[in-house]
Every structure is written in C-alpha cells, then in structure tokens.
Design a binder for this molecule. Structure first.
Ligand code: ZN
Length: 600
C-alpha cells in the first residue's frame, strides 16, 4: 500500500515559514515535534489503512466515503507537518532527525500553491484528470454506447489480435481519451510548479528528482549511465523483434527503422511478452507449463501462498502471523465488488500484514504471490524504525524486492518443491530468457521515457504547443518505436498512460527493473551459486536471507546507497547484472543478427 501525498504550501519561502512568535525553536523542540509527527502519522496511517482495506474489499458508496475521509486526514496532517518542519531548517539537530525533517518535505508528489483560489483550482484539475482517465473509453460506434471499450478490452485486443487494421483501430481508439485532458494538464503543470517553487524547488520535476539522496542533476546522470549499460542489449532485442515482426507484417515494419508502436502486444509497447509466439526461438520450448501443473493438481490458492511463504522461511524469515491468514483476501468473493489488483498491506504498521489478490491457478499469479510477499517482509523488517523511516530505501527498492525473489522461481526450484519432475536442460534456457527479456528488457526504455518527458515539461523546456512532438521524439530516441499514424498537437498521447493524468512518478519502475537483477546477482553469490545467473535460485540460503534482511531492516533510515551496500557490497547501482543474467540470450541474438542492422 502506498500513500499519495499532496501539500499545500502556506508561505512564499521555506525559511520565511519559521515561527514568528516567541523564542526561536530549539533542538529539543525539534525532537518533540518529530515525536508528535511520528505518533500522529502512525495513528492516521492505521486509520487510513483500515479504511482503505475495507473499501477495496467491499466497495460501496459508504466505504468509498470513509476511505476518502481517512486519506484526506492523512494528507492534511502531512501537509501541516511539512510546512511546520521548515521552522527547524536552521536549528542544529542530530543527523537522523535532520533526515526525518527532510523526508517530511520530500514525501510529496504535488504541492498546491499558497493562493487558496489556485490551490482549489489545482485540486479540482487533478480530480478531473484522474476521472477522465478512469472513465476513458474508446467508442468505435458513438451511437452504441454499449459497444464502448474500456482499457481492459483494449488490452485484450492488443495482446491477442494479429490483425494490423484491428490493432491500429484499437491503438488510435484508446488515444482518443486524452486530447480533452491537454488543457487541464498544461494548467496543472503551471500550478503545481508554483507550489513546488514556494517550497524552494525549481519546479515539480526537480522536486521529484530531489528524493534520491543526491543533487537532482547527478541523479539524471545516474539514469543516463545505467541506460548506456543496458542499451546495447535493448538494441539487439529490438532488432530481432523487428525482424520477426517484418516476417509477419511485411513492409509495415521497416527493415532498419522504428517499430510501429501498435504491433508489440501492448497499448504502450512497454511489455512485449504477448508477441512471444513471433519471437520464440526454435527448439527452446521449456517443455512444461507451470499454469498447467497448477491446474492439473488443482492447487488451492491458499497452498500457493503457503508455497510463497515457505520460500521466505527457507531464507530464515519468521513465518507470517496468524492474522495474515485470517485477514488477507486470496480469492474473488462471489457476493460483492472488490479491487482485485494485487497489493500488499501492513495495516497496523507493525505486524498486521496482508495481501489482497484474486488468485487464479496460473504461473503469473504464482510469481505475483512471491512479489507481493516481498512487500510484506520488507514492511515487517523495517517496523523497528521511526514511522518516517518505515519505507523502502528509495521508491525503486520496494518493487524490486519481490521481483528479486520471483527471479529465484527457476525450473530447478520448482523441482525442489515438487511441482516439476525434471528441470529442462540448459539448451531450453533461451526460450525462458526470451520470455523474460520481452517483459523486462523491453520495459527499460519505457521506464525512462515518461519522466524524461515530464521533467522537460515541468522545467518549461517543452511548452504545451510541443507536448506531442516531444513525446514521440523521446519514444523514438529511447524505445525506437513510431506511432501508427501522424500524431500532431491535436492529440495528447502521454495522457493515454495512467501515470500521467494520475501524476505518479515513473522512474521508480526503471530503478526497480535495474535493482532486482543487481540484488539477484549479489544474493546468488552469497548463496554460493556458481551456475549461470539465470539458473540461480537463492531458495534455502540462510546467508542470502541475512544479507537481504540487513537491507530491508534499514528501511528509509539511511541514504539508499548505504542500503544497497548492505545487500550488494556496492554503493552504486549497476545494470551489468542484467547483462550477466541475459548473457546466453545476448550471444544467441548476436548469431541471429549477423549481417543485420541494429538500431533505427
Ligand atoms: Zn509491487
């Protein structure tokens, strides 16, 4: 579960907010203040967690109202405390208290301006943008509203259709939802920048980049460095996929140019797994399907979760509390509406861990269980920290942990736990690696594009009159994809991706994609695995569990490079672990691409 933060700035300059009445604040005042903040945020966080849980597992008008109220209380308190914290900016306080005061100011994704009229306008714009996306539908026949298609329908078409005309229609159709958002988005940029400036940041993008324990410009350079490490592998995957799509779609796919964005199996071309049948290497079928095994054994969802728990227990983590089994939601209830999107919760911020999933007997859900439990074990590991430190080391870490464990769900692991009789031999690895590459390598440039675009927009480098051009310039530069038809400024294509109208920072997903392989490599080494990295599983390794726990238990208490070091021994993010993991596939791609052009 994640909290959304909004802050209303109350004064023109951060330092100017210092208390104007009586004696200047003292070191002990700061300590008292942080005590109050931690107590209050814990209390309100628990109320928010309970209300949110009930709302998402029993959706009614009443539970929605109760949850909205609890959210507002939490946000208002955060806003109040963040403003108040600025009065300690010049007070000498111990380092960990200074860190808590800073984090309070940085926990925000949007700052409303001090002017009440503008603040109100911005809040309304945000609500409008969110619902414009939520209600967004493609209506192929306006006279038949019942035939309108939601994002779920569009997702299915993009995944399953092999008909270019149908794919193009669905792609263009979904992108009709966003032009009406453009004006609101431009105004949102103006107003949220004003709020960020009032807090002392250059703009909203600079405020987001300030959350990474380094100067914002250094963080940008870090991202460039990481992307340069993995770009050659992406280029190879891109070239090979282009070759295979050309065999299917002919000249619609240029031999040496960008891939049309509607042919990659996903409306945003961010995950290419759905076109695996085109890219499948010959003779690399792993010879088993975990989904089939789960179905054949009719494995109950609860047993699937127990299997996930056993993985973490094998690393030395304590068993999940009884309340986890009593209070979690594992299957879709028959009698009421619930939010089935998988999530992990820590309702009392101590021990009341839960997952909320509508588990099906599929390999995907089996992996997702391991992923969600990763959040739960993280939450429990950092519970000894002050409330302001009860979060992951940076926003990429939380998602990376569960995915790290999921990388250990190898064929050999499935044999060990009795789900598979015999692991396929190494010659079949190329198929498994290709499946993973179409998901994880294909995603990397997309994980960068969204915020590269938004940072330029927030900084004023890209004015509203060039929104769409800048968007497609970046998608071409990073992803090597092109729109299926001309996209002028009458469109607003970034708005067709949830995280833009919803204003959720996106770089975290890029970081998580990099970090999970770095974690996997370090833990595999600790576990003594000498196999190729893609065959390593840390199952049953207590030393790996100790290393993992050393990082998890730090929470947000130290700058993330120190948390990274606790697990990996290095302070720098390093994408070469991805290259190690995919080394056999990379070599195989080289052979397929001999004499062919790579890039666009
Ligand atoms: Zn997650």
């Amino acid at each position: 579960m994640k909290h959304a933060f909004v802050l209303a700035a109350a004064c023109a300059a951060v330092i100017g907010c210092a208390g104007s009445s009586g004696a200047p604040p003292s070191t002990s005042d700061a300590k008292t203040f942080l005590g109050t903040v931690n107590d209050t945020m814990k209390r309100l966080g628990i109320e928010q967690g309970r209300a949110g849980w009930v709302q998402q597992t029993f959706i009614t008008a009443d539970t929605e109202a109760i949850a909205a109220h609890a959210n507002q209380e939490f946000i208002d308190a955060t806003a109040r405390f963040a403003k108040e914290s600025t009065k300690f900016d010049k007070v000498a306080v111990p380092a960990d208290e200074r860190r808590q005061l800073n984090l309070l100011k940085l926990s925000l994704t949007m700052v409303t301006p001090a002017n009440p009229k503008e603040s109100d306008e911005l809040t309304k714009i945000m609500a409008r943008l969110e619902s414009a996306y939520g209600k967004g539908k493609w209506c192929p026949e306006p006279s038949k509203p019942d035939a309108c298609k939601t994002i779920d329908d569009v997702t299915k078409i993009m995944a399953a259709s092999r008909n270019e005309k149908e794919l193009r229609a669905a792609w263009e159709g979904w992108h009709t939802i966003s032009p009406p958002m453009k004006q609101d988005y431009a105004r949102f940029v103006e107003l949220s920048n004003k709020g960020a400036k009032e807090l002392g940041f250059a703009d909203t993008g600079a405020m987001w980049r300030a959350k990474y324990d380094m100067p914002p410009d250094d963080f940008t350079k870090e991202l460039d460095r990481l992307w340069d490490q993995v770009r050659p592998l992406y280029l190879k995957l891109h070239a090979y996929t282009r070759l295979k799509l050309r065999e299917k779609y002919g000249d619609l796919v240029p031999a040496n140019g960008p891939i049309p964005a509607h042919l990659l199996g996903n409306i945003w071309a961010q995950d290419w797994s759905n076109i695996y049948p085109f890219a499948a290497p010959p003779h690399a079928d792993p010879g088993y399907s975990l989904t089939d095994i789960l179905k054949k054994r009719n494995m109950p969802p609860l047993d699937m979760v127990r299997t996930g728990e056993r993985f973490y227990s094998s690393l030395g983590f304590a068993a999940l509390p009884n309340t986890f089994w009593e209070r979690s939601l594992f299957v879709r209830p028959r009698d009421r509406d619930v939010v089935c999107h998988a999530s992990a919760w820590d309702v009392d911020l101590e021990e009341d861990l839960r997952i909320k999933m509508c588990i099906e007997q599929t390999a995907e859900d089996f992996t997702t269980i391991h992923h969600e439990l990763g959040h739960n074990y993280y939450q429990r590991a950092f519970r000894g920290q002050p409330v302001l430190f009860r979060d992951s080391a940076n926003d990429g870490f939380h998602e990376a942990v569960g995915d790290t464990i999921a990388l250990s769900v190898t064929p050999d692991y499935l044999v060990k736990i009795g789900l598979l009789d015999k692991a396929p031999d190494a010659s079949r690895d190329i198929g498994l690696l290709m499946t993973k590459a179409l998901e994880k390598i294909a995603f990397l440039p997309f994980g960068l594009v969204i915020d590269q675009w938004r940072w330029k927009v927030f900084a004023g480098e890209v004015p509203p009159a060039a929104y769409n051009k800048a968007w497609w310039d970046l998608r071409l530069k990073y992803q090597g994809v092109a729109p299926p038809s001309a996209r002028g400024e009458e469109f607003f294509d970034p708005g067709a991706k949830y995280h833009v109208p919803d204003n959720t920072p996106y770089t975290r997903y890029f970081l998580a994609a990099i970090l999970q392989f770095q974690f996997h490599r370090a833990l595999s080494k600790t576990a003594g695995c000498t196999l190729p990295l893609n065959r390593c599983s840390i199952y049953e390794s207590k030393p790996a569990g100790e290393r993992l726990n050393a990082m998890l238990s730090m929470g947000l208490s130290r700058p993330w490079p120190e948390a990274l070091e606790a697990l990996t021994g290095a302070k720098q993010m390093d994408a070469t672990a991805i290259l190690d993991y995919f080394a056999p596939l990379s070599k195989w791609l080289d052979a397929q691409l001999a004499g062919k052009q790579v890039g666009w």
